[in-house]
Design a protein around this ligand. Sequence first.
Ligand SMILES: C[S@@+](CC[C@H](N)C(=O)[O-])C[C@H]1O[C@@H](n2cnc3c(N)ncnc32)[C@H](O)[C@@H]1O
Length: 241
Amino acid sequence: MDFFNVYEDDKRAESYAKLEFPGDYYLAFRDIPDLVHKHVRAGKAVDFGCGAGRSTRFIKSLGFEVIGIDISERMIRSALEADPGGDYRLIRDGEFDLLDEGGFDLAFAAFTFDNIPGVERRTELLRGLGGLLNGEGKIILLDSTPEIYTHEWASFSTKDYPENKNARSGDLVKIITTAVEDKRPVEDIIWFDKDYMELFEGSGLELVESHKPLGKVDEPFEWVNETEIAPWIIYIVKRGA
Ligand SMILES: C[S@@+](CC[C@H](N)C(=O)[O-])C[C@H]1O[C@@H](n2cnc3c(N)ncnc32)[C@H](O)[C@@H]1O
């Protein structure tokens, strides 16, 4: 299926390149170090859908040697501008054979699957990521929960899109990131937890842990729903037996 990658757009890419970890992005990444230390041996990592390199630099800061890969030329250019010494590679969709099969301790994907449509394509990509892992390797997916598209948040708004409430896994939903200069809505693909479980099974993967970070009252952000409802879900998966 042809799918327009919203991150190929110049204005959006520039806006995204300046994004670090405000508000809900802090919450998204807050528990990743603990989860990584619990489940993954530091070594080699691939950051699938690295964008402008924010997530790649984050994984690097945890002690990994990391390669960022993305299908957007614009995003790879931004990543290299921000981190000239970093290893960022433009790939074609699903082109994992450029990487060392079975050579990675971690395949990380932050928000990448929020933009990937279709069970078939998701399954193929997850299977491909699984193939990059060594025996002990893990995939960590950081994705949006369905609830993010039906509530208000410190860094996002969806109130103008009540139709999001009727969406099922694979449908397009709209969300505005209030934390970036570009306030045009982004169209994401919603995916429910039970359908993630089917994807993992269909991709030869096994769930190790899932985690939904909640905001804490003493954090320096004006949480809206975050202390009660999680906008993000983190899946840790491994290759099935
Ligand atoms: C929301 S951005 C996230 C960027 C980065 N992970 C971060 O947290 O800042 C999603 C990225 O996934 C990339 N992407 C989407 N589909 C992809 C695919 N099939 N293969 C590789 N990258 C993809 C997009 O080009 C975009 O840069």
